[in-house]
Design a protein around this ligand. Structure first.
Ligand code: CA
Length: 223
């Protein structure tokens, strides 16, 4: 997950960058509005409203025209009117300076979760073969019989069955499961897959639903 920090003051931006890195985020920084608009794609934008070149609100409106990237407006306590305008311009949330890194990380994760579930908008119950996944209730059944999956296993299965036939890399599955891809944990996906297979496959050793794509990852059977 990449965070774009738009902030002109080093004293604020640099500790923030370090803190977010420690939390596992990739971080890009733009020191001006122009840099922010020229920056590459990010998963979430932290946008200071007081920038040296363009008004932060203008940047907010411009970013929103281009994409649905979650935007968190960062403002001073005195800028309440600006915060409201920011939200009207399509910002997802705001934090007020001074803020604790902990609070900010929590806000970032919340915004990312929301955008995730918005993307996942679709049917509540997914079916493929005899496997049925009730997304809202987090229930799985196979041939009418309930299967008990852990939340992680559930997220994994839901991601796969949402798009039968689509090949997912381990890194993409890790994203679906935790929201954050950490390369070294990709093998953990294999363990989760094994567990899901035990629970949904008639013959776990010869999977019918959750198929391995050698050298790439996994896919849910599309036929
Ligand atoms: Ca500033």
């Amino acid at each position: 997950m990449k965070v774009l920090i738009v902030e002109d003051e080093d004293a604020i931006a640099e500790p923030l960058r370090e803190g977010l890195r420690r939390e596992g985020f990739d971080v890009d920084r733009a020191a001006t509005g122009a840099e922010a608009l020229a920056a590459g794609a990010a998963d979430v934008v932290l946008l200071d409203l007081r920038l040296p070149d363009v008004d932060g609100l203008t940047v907010c409106g411009e970013l929103r025209k281009r994409s649905n990237v979650p935007i968190i407006v960062v403002s001073a306590r005195s800028e309440e009117a600006d915060r409201v305008i920011g939200l009207e311009l399509g910002a997802d949330d705001y934090v007020v300076k001074p803020f604790s890194p902990k609070e900010l990380v929590a806000r970032i994760r919340a915004v990312l979760r929301r955008s995730e579930s918005a993307r996942a908008d679709g049917p509540d119950v997914l079916r493929a073969g005899e496997v049925e996944v009730d997304v809202r209730r987090m229930r799985v059944s196979v041939a009418g019989k309930p299967a008990e999956l852990t939340p992680t296993e559930f997220q994994l299965l839901a991601a796969l069955i949402r798009e039968p036939g689509r090949v997912f890399t381990r890194s993409q599955l890790l994203d679906a499961v935790h929201g954050v891809a950490i390369e070294s944990y990709e093998r953990a996906i294999d363990a989760h897959v094994k567990n899901v297979r035990k629970k949904i496959e008639p013959v776990p050793g010869a999977p019918r639903y959750l198929l391995t794509v050698y050298g790439v990852g996994y896919r849910f059977a599309d036929a």
